[in-house]
Design a protein around this ligand. Sequence first.
Ligand code: GLP
Length: 243
Amino acid sequence: MKVVITKDYTEMCKLASRIFAAEITLKPDCVLGLATGSTPVGMYKELVEMYNEHRVDFSQVKTVNLDEYAGLSGDNDQSYRYFMNHNLFDHININKENTNVPNGTAADLEAECERYEQVVASMGGVDVQLLGIGNNGHIAFNEPCEEFPEKTHVVNLTQNTIEANARFFASMDDVPKKALTMGIGTIMKAKKIVLLANGAKKAQTIYDTVYGPITPKVPASILRLHPDVTIFVDEEAGALLKK
Ligand code: GLP
């Protein structure tokens, strides 16, 4: 695992965006694994800027997102499909048919998880996977638990995550309590993984991820067993690593 401490959020986003731009340049029809949350917004802005400057071409790129809230349709402005369209896909020349997000309104959520797992497999796997991290160490929506979940599955969100997500919703009652998420096994199959974290709130979980025991209680800790992971943190998120 490579850890890069950047001077600030802007530098973190710039450095991470270059890894994605390089992948697209080397392999124009690559499969990108994408993430939501406030952390990757700046990196998506960088990619849009590179596209506007004709430095990167998304016309053959395929994408798979990590997760989606159960019960929210793609036109709900809090859904992850909406987030992706709004922050990235609507601003670049990607073919939306090549973009995949789990369907949070599928009648049978378990069947949707199976379908999604097949979609990822049928694309030949993810070339570069982007990850954020929850305050409690979750990646995608793989919450702290007793065993690492392998495949795409339906998850009950923890109170910690529901509270962290509440800032985006009008009331606590509106915050989804369930989600569909790629499993840890699905994520670990990616050839390359890039994790981003910024802000003091992430400092402890980044420390636990890098130095703590490898345990499903800190889901991101498993990334230490992956052969090609780069973690970009700003000074605040990386503060405990330096002591
Ligand atoms: C949600 C997403 C995660 C993301 C996390 C952190 O839980 N499912 O993929 O990493 O939020 O969000 P933020 O970047 O806003 O801190």
